[in-house]
Design a protein around this ligand. Structure first.
Ligand SMILES: Cc1cc2nc3c(=O)[nH]c(=O)nc-3n(C[C@H](O)[C@H](O)[C@H](O)COP(=O)(O)OP(=O)(O)OC[C@H]3O[C@@H](n4cnc5c(N)ncnc54)[C@H](O)[C@@H]3O)c2cc1C
Length: 302
């Protein structure tokens, strides 16, 4: 009997051989052996508690920082979809925001602004979920998740609750130091500062406007492809090596922002990953710099 025939019963949806491309910004990649859309947090924890520990598990937010490879993802992919994972509350007394891991960063920024809380404006510029932000220490324009996070909690692989103070999460540039897959984030608590809602909204509008003119936000992309190396910008190295706009299969680095990779329409995950690796090798040869992927590449090659 295969592990597929022995998965725990669920309240939500359990779909087999489900295409994952529609769930990612790049719109590439193969199928999930199984895709679990839990009905709520209890459904998820009981599923995890009963799941065979040998079955591989992967969590997806809204796929704005991943390339799913063309051979798909082995085991169970979990996606926190729907209202049960997207609640946002404002605590006026403590000037805090409590957000579910499936809530969009932009929705959290808007809720904080409407509640007269400053500090979370930067989330207006990041098209992911809070779960992705906790994993990637997402940030922009000088602010990042670790600056506003008080604590976060989630389930471990066995369905046990785990909670962390921000200081315990070992944040650094676009990562935390917890072992990969250690926690499936459920909620985060953020600290804001009281401010005039109109002033906060104005700052958010500035961030959104700046994005529109400097990033290909309407394309099939995954945000910054490489982390910025110490003392320089990844886009400059990509540009100087001659890769801005140069096609590699159906993939290229954006003319607008040379650290953003784009699926021009027919790209495969192999085109995108192959382009990234070709650029890494070329930049190493020409500038002597090692570029490190910021985008996560997950799953099996075809
Ligand atoms: C146009 C564009 C602009 C961008 N600009 C920025 C920017 O300015 N700054 C920035 O930091 N990023 C930026 N990004 C990248 C991306 O939006 C962020 O990294 C975001 O935090 C990813 O969130 P996600 O929900 O899409 O996560 P996904 O891409 O789905 O996943 C990313 C990682 O998070 C993990 N993950 C997601 N949810 C959970 C969860 N609940 N529990 C455990 N693990 C989880 C996944 O397993 C994976 O390892 C940009 C992306 C795009 C497409």
């Amino acid at each position: 009997m295969s592990w597929r025939d022995d998965l725990p019963p669920v309240e939500g949806k359990l779909l087999f051989d489900e295409p994952l491309a529609p769930f990612t910004w790049f719109r590439v990649g193969g199928r999930a052996d199984a895709l679990f859309l839990p009905a709520d947090m209890e459904d998820l924890s009981s599923f995890l508690g009963a799941l065979d520990p040998e079955v591989p598990l992967t969590v997806l937010g809204v796929g704005s920082n991943v390339i799913v490879r063309d051979g798909g993802i082995e085991g169970v992919v979990i996606r926190l979809a729907g209202k049960a994972f997207a609640e946002i509350e404002i605590d006026k007394e403590e000037n805090q925001v409590i957000a579910d891991a499936g809530a969009l960063d932009t929705a959290v920024a808007r809720a904080a602004a409407a509640g007269g809380l400053a500090g979370l404006e930067f989330y207006a510029g990041i098209p992911g979920t809070i779960g992705g932000a906790l994993t990637m220490n997402a940030g922009c324009y000088g602010a990042e998740t670790k600056d506003v996070l008080v604590s976060a909690w989630g389930f471990d692989r066995t369905g046990e609750l785990r909670s962390f103070q921000a200081a315990e999460m070992g944040f650094s540039y676009r990562r935390n130091s917890l072992p990969e897959g250690e926690v499936i984030w459920m909620q985060a608590l953020f600290q804001g500062r009281p401010d005039d809602p109109q002033a906060v909204k104005a700052r958010m509008a500035e961030i959104t406007a700046r994005r529109e003119t400097t990033q290909p936000i309407r394309e099939k992309t995954g945000g910054s492809t490489f982390k910025n190396p110490e003392g320089t910008s990844a886009w400059k190295l990509v540009d100087e090596a001659g890769w801005r706009g140069r096609l590699f299969g159906g993939a290229k680095f954006s003319e607008l922002h040379a650290n953003f990779m784009i699926n021009t329409g027919e790209a495969t995950a192999a085109d995108l990953e192959g382009l990234g690796e070709a650029v890494r090798a070329d930049v190493k040869a020409k500038a002597g710099v090692d570029l490190h992927w910021e985008i996560k590449r997950i799953g099996r090659p075809k």
